[in-house]
Ligand binder design. Structure first.
Ligand code: ADP
Length: 453
């Protein structure tokens, strides 16, 4: 500022001295005025350069100036640089936050005070069909046409979520979304949408399962309680008493069987997947199955005294049948379940054939063919569902729990194997289990000892 005053006085003095030299006092006055004008012109020019630079707001092209305008320019440049750094940092933060919201597995929509979409992520596109560019500043009430959503928006009670159908929902493949609004800022709202289809299905399955188990247990329990009361209150002849006790034993066995199958299922769900290091001899598995099958057949056909005709592959010497990688107890239970079904559904004296066949691609198939009633194709896809039965009374009469094929399916999944069912109503069924090549091996030395023993 001092320099500026000196510069102004210096210009006046210079003009005055030149004017005095040219024309004494009047010349000096004119010279002072001319000096002042020159200073003012130069000062205005500096100011206008600075102003036009400030207007252009191009940080890099700041005019090189000295004095007051130079300092103002320098300070303005520093301030502008600081501001641009701050803006850049806040832009980066905003982008980071939007990227985080974009990465969210849930649909996220930011709404303004009027309920218009300010921003939405990609998931919300899948869920509702929102397009971040097209639907910006569109009122969400106009885009989500579900009346329950309009009501939700209208009541302004956002303390709970709302279940809506997803955009791609079809009767065959329903998609259920849990939608909730969270107010924030000055009247704005955040909409979060979560896909709860799997959760709802799991919950429905759990409810069905509990209802089924309760029902399955209640029936034999009711019968048992009835018999116990009868035995407690009535003096029955020994023969009658023995008959009641036999029926009670049957009902108890049925409950026991059910509990065992339930435990088997829960063990399968809770235990780690069987690895490739544990090998189970196919010959040994088949031999155990055969022993069990013959025993079961005798028990099932005791009344008729006509056991089934059961055929197993000839046990070749050595380990020609090879080994399967997996848990022996699980494989045994899967094979036994298939065999037990074949025997239970085949009438006394009927033929049941068990095969173990190698396939051209290196896989191998265990199959059980029966001469039972066969299964209508409409039922085939649901056979492995828990408690699914084609013929309820026949299943119960033969001691079925409705869980056998569910156990088989679980075991096979854990071993990378597949189940196929071929059936003709009236003539019987073939249940086949195919193991992939990588689950199989030939083990000549060990297998030979085992099979021979
Ligand atoms: P269950 O204990 O009732 O036999 P499963 O899960 O083993 O239960 O089988 C489910 C249903 O599939 C059975 O109720 C039966 O209707 C049908 N099923 C299974 N195996 C056979 C078979 N070999 N022949 C005819 N129907 C069968």
């Amino acid at each position: 500022m001092v320099w500026r005053s000196f510069w102004f006085l210096g210009m006046q003095l210079l003009g005055g001295t030149a004017g005095w030299w040219l024309g004494n006092l009047p010349g000096a006055l004119i010279g002072v005025l001319a000096g002042s004008w020159l200073w003012l012109a130069q000062d205005s020019w500096s100011a206008s350069r600075l102003l036009s630079w400030l207007r252009s707001s191009e940080l890099a092209n700041a005019p090189a100036q000295r004095g007051l305008w130079g300092e103002i320019g320098q300070r303005a440049r520093r301030w502008l640089r600081l501001q641009s750094q701050r803006t850049q940092a806040s832009d980066e933060r905003l982008n980071d936050m939007l990227s985080a919201l974009q990465a969210s597995p849930n649909g996220v929509v930011l709404l303004d005070e009027e309920g218009r979409i300010e921003w939405c992520n990609q998931i919300s596109n899948t869920q509702f069909g929102f397009d971040a560019a097209r639907d910006r500043m569109q009122n969400i009430g106009n885009l989500v046409r579900d009346p329950s959503f309009s009501h939700y928006l209208h009541t302004q009670d956002f303390s709970h979520d709302l279940i809506l159908q997803g955009r791609d929902s079809t009767p065959g493949r329903p998609v259920r979304l849990s939608v909730q609004l969270y107010p924030y800022g000055d009247g704005r709202r955040l909409l979060l949408a979560r896909d709860v289809t799997a959760q709802e299905q799991a919950e429905a399955m759990r409810r069905d399962f509990v209802a089924n188990v309760s029902h399955e247990i209640r029936t034999p329990l009711t019968v048992l309680v009835g018999f116990v009361e009868t035995l407690q209150t009535l003096q029955l002849p020994d023969e009658e008493r023995a008959r009641y006790l036999t029926l009670m034993a049957q009902q108890s066995a049925r409950m026991q069987h059910l509990v065992e199958d339930l435990l088997a299922l829960s063990r399968l769900e809770g235990s780690p997947l069987p690895g490739f290091s544990q090998w189970t001899s196919v010959a040994l598995l088949l031999r155990q199955c055969e022993d069990e099958a013959r025993g079961l057949s005798v028990a099932l056909t005791r009344a008729q005294n006509r056991p089934h005709v059961i055929e197993f592959p000839d046990s070749p010497p050595g380990a020609a049948l090879g080994d399967i990688a997996g848990a022996a107890t699980e494989l045994q239970s899967a094979f036994s379940n298939l065999l037990a079904n074949a025997l239970r559904y085949t009438p006394a004296g009927g033929r049941v054939v068990v095969r173990w066949e190698k396939n051209a691609d290196g896989s191998a198939t265990f199959s059980v063919q029966d001469a039972g009633p066969g299964i209508d194709p409409a039922h085939l896809s649901r056979l492995t569902e828990r408690f699914y039965r084609v013929d309820r009374s026949r299943s119960r009469d033969t001691g079925g729990t409705g869980l056998g094929l569910a156990i088989v399916k679980h075991v096979l999944q854990r071993h990378g194997a597949t189940l196929a069912v071929r059936s003709t109503v009236g003539s019987g069924s073939v249940f086949s289990v195919t193991f992939p090549a990588q689950r199989l091996r030939q083990a000549p030395v060990l297998g030979a000892a085992e099979t021979a023993s």
